[in-house]
Structure formats: C-alpha cells, structure tokens
Design a protein around this ligand. Structure first.
Ligand SMILES: Cc1cc2nc3c(=O)[nH]c(=O)nc-3n(C[C@H](O)[C@H](O)[C@H](O)COP(=O)(O)O)c2cc1C
Ligand SMILES: CC(C)CC(=O)C(=O)O
Length: 402
C-alpha cells in the first residue's frame, strides 16, 4: 500500500539542525494578504464567497487584473538613505498614513455582523481612507459615528434623483469628505456565478441607506438572474450622461471623484466636467468582461490628466504592497483594495481589515526601502519596467487566488 501523499517523509535534517521548537500558536499571524483569503473562505457560505470572488462573463478581465502585475519588474537603486521610509500622503485635503485605502464594496454584513462599522474601525486603525458603498448595510451615520479616519461616499446614479439628493445631503452632514460616482455600471455585469447560485441578499441584511421599497427586489432571486442584477436594473439610471454631472455638482460642495475610467478620452472628459479626482478601475473585473486590466489602463489615464493636476487613484487586483508600489510608480496617488478588505473583514472583523491594510502598507514600505525610494514622490516610473510575465505567482489560475 502506498503512503498518503501528505505522510511525513524520511527525516532529511542535517545532524546539526537546531530544533525549531513547538509550532506557533493557532492561528499563526498572517504573513501575506493571501492568508486572509484562506481564512475568509473557510468562514463564508459558498454563495457569498462566489459573490465576493466572482467576475463578469468568462472572468477574463478579472484574471487580467492579476496577470498585469506579473509583467512588472522593479528597478532597485542602491546606496540611498532608506533609514526611514514614509508612506504618508495627502489626498483631497486629507492626511493619510498610507496610500492604500478601502475600495467601495457592498453589503459588509454578509461578511461580518458589524458590517461597515467594523470596516471603518479597521481602516481608521491603519490610517487609511475608506470609501463607503451606497449599498452599505449600516447607515452612513452609524459608520461615521465610529470612524476614526476619513470617509468618502460612493454613489450610483439612482433613477430616483430625490433619493440621490438626500444621500448627498446626509453624506455632508455626517462628515464624509468626498463623493465618488461609479460610472462603469449602467447595468450590472453578467456574473454567472451569482446567476447560477440564484444569489440574493439574505433577509435581515439590506442596503439600509436606500429606500426600503427600492430594496425589496434584492432579496428575491429570479430564474437565471441574480437578485442583484434585477435590483440594480431597478435602482440605477442607465441613461445618465456627462451633461448630468452638473446636477450632482450643483448639489454639494464636496469634491467629486469619478470611478471607473479606463481611457484617456474619458479621463479628459472627467477633468473637463470638473472631476476632483479619478479612479482607474474596471470594478474588479465584475462589469465589462474584455475591458483592459486596470494596471494596463493606468499610465494612459495618468498621461491624459497629469498635467491638469487631477489625482488618479487605482484599484483592481492589488494583493500586496509590492502591487501597490507598482501602481504608485505608474502614477497612481492612492491604491484601493476591494476583495482583500472583505477577506480581512470576514476573517477577523475590524482587526482583519486593519491587518490587511497594515500588511499592504508594511510591504509597501519594505519595497520602498529595497528599491531606494524612501518617500512616495520618489516612487515614479523609473522604479518599474514592464514586459513579459515575470514569473508565475501573480498569474493565479482561474478560480483560485483571484
Ligand atoms: C463584493 C464586491 C462588491 C462591490 N461593490 C461595489 C460597490 O458597491 N460600488 C462600487 O463602486 N464598486 C464596488 N465593487 C468594486 C470595487 O470598488 C473595486 O473596484 C474592486 O473590488 C477592485 O478590485 P479588487 O477586488 O481586485 O481589489 C465591489 C467589488 C466587490 C468584490
Ligand atoms: C450591489 C452591487 C451593485 C454592488 C457592486 O457594485 C458589485 O457587486 O460589484
């Protein structure tokens, strides 16, 4: 009979090997963001896991987001004083300890009972920006009351403008410092995992900042369509154009950030229409399958609007501080994490969120030291080269480490 594959092999330690002592306490500290992914997976219902991990269509853009990082190599400089590496930055008037922040993601109570309040506590502990989704499952005011760091509010353009106007007013009153309008979802992406699972938001969890009547459809799945697809079709206005932005601008003094820009043409239009910042994003591969990897669109957008002084943020596929470094080097002023924050939240609530953001920031500082770039302004294009895939680690196989 053959031995099981995981049976211990013969002891091949050299005779002078020093025993390492007992294994570390369980659970061991997370060493990589990936460790939080494993922990989250063990805790979550399979349908929620698919909702979080999934992308649109064949998930080609979802995979491309990761693979783009594998084509970046770092260009280290030596004999630079890196005794202190400063990850601090400033964004739309807010001082941040780290350029790594939290991307807007919906329904955090699917991941942890405290939902977005835990996320806000974790982000604040890490000195990071938190962009709250309009589909948050805790109220804007509850989140703001507990938050210790800057909050921005993400919006979709709702068919019912009076609800949108009310949200804008509430955001300002509760101390949110910017509005982020997501532009890449006039319809929800075709997410086959959710459709196959008949995914619906469980009763007891809802987008509490939206009108209750508007929310009813989020809890009912329909044959062949997830409840979210039906629900967003009901809630989000797909007829909005650039001309409508003036209406939103006229309703708030808060800076307006436009999320979901992937081309130079739209970046220029964004600046012409008064955007205070842009987020280069393909929605984590959840919207247009076939869209470019976010990283591949970044330099084009930065080149189009850099001269206008419009800050460019980035999200999509960032899974380490090294990835964050690559995006910063290609011109991003800040980098947002979507799924990794949800893994941290599911694994360990606020501490998990702080853990994920803290790891990314530590790795970023470490990469800054080893590339000889002790402050963020020195993290520029000279710090990276792009070419064929550098190794295989970042090009994780479909359905695994994405
Ligand atoms: C579960 C989930 C929910 C999301 N919800 C929203 C949302 O409500 N609003 C939004 O603008 N983007 C949303 N996004 C997209 C993220 O803001 C972000 O663009 C994307 O997750 C970044 O990619 P990453 O997950 O690879 O970091 C969501 C993403 C995920 C994974
Ligand atoms: C409720 C959804 C519209 C949230 C979202 O943007 C997403 O799942 O990607």
């Amino acid at each position: 009979m053959s031995a099981p594959v995981d049976a211990p092999g013969p002891d091949v330690r050299a005779p002078d090997t020093v025993p390492l002592g007992p294994p570390p306490a369980d659970p061991p500290p997370a060493l990589r963001i990936e460790d939080y992914r494993h922990r989250a997976r063990r805790r979550l219902d399979a349908r929620v896991w698919d909702f979080v991990q999934g992308g649109a269509g064949s998930e080609r853009t979802l995979r491309a987001n990761r693979r783009a990082f594998a084509r970046v190599t770092l260009r280290p400089r030596v004999l630079v004083d890196v005794a202190a590496c400063d990850t601090g930055t400033e964004l739309l008037g807010a001082r941040l300890a780290t350029p790594v922040g939290v991307a807007p993601t919906a329904y955090h109570r699917l991941l942890h009972p405290d939902g977005e309040v835990a996320t806000a506590l974790g982000a604040g502990a890490a000195g990071a920006l938190y962009v709250v989704s309009v589909f948050a499952s805790r109220t804007l005011e509850e989140i703001a009351a507990e938050a210790t760091g800057p909050l921005w509010l993400q919006l979709y353009w709702l068919r019912r403008r009076e609800i949108l106007a009310g949200l804008v007013e509430r955001a300002a009153a509760a101390g949110y410092r910017a509005l982020v309008l997501t532009l890449d979802a006039p319809q929800l992406g075709r997410r086959h995992r959710d459709a196959r699972n008949g995914f619906a938001i469980p009763s007891g969890i809802s987008a509490v900042n939206l009108d209750a009547a508007l929310m009813a459809s989020a809890h009912r799945s329909d044959a062949g369509r997830s409840a979210l697809a039906v629900h967003t079709a009901e809630a989000v206005d797909p007829s909005v154009t650039w001309a409508d932005l003036a209406w939103l601008r006229g309703r708030s003094e808060l800076p307006l950030v436009l999320k979901g820009v992937l081309t130079a043409e739209d970046a220029v239009l964004a600046v012409e229409h008064g955007a205070d910042a842009i987020v280069v994003s393909n929605h984590g591969g959840r919207q247009l399958d076939g869209a470019p990897a976010s990283l591949d669109a970044l330099a084009e957008v930065v080149d189009a609007v850099g001269a206008a002084g419009c800050p460019v943020l980035f999200d999509g596929g960032v899974r380490s501080g090294t990835d964050a470094f690559a995006a910063l080097a290609l011109g991003a002023r800040a980098v947002l994490l979507g799924r990794p924050v949800l893994w941290g939240l599911a694994a360990d609530g606020a501490a998990g969120v702080a853990g994920v953001l803290g790891l990314a920031t530590e790795e970023l500082a470490h990469t800054m030291a080893l590339t000889g770039r002790p402050a963020l302004p020195a993290v520029d294009r000279s710090a990276v080269a792009r070419g064929a895939a550098a190794g295989t680690a970042a090009g994780t196989a479909p359905g695994t480490g994405l």
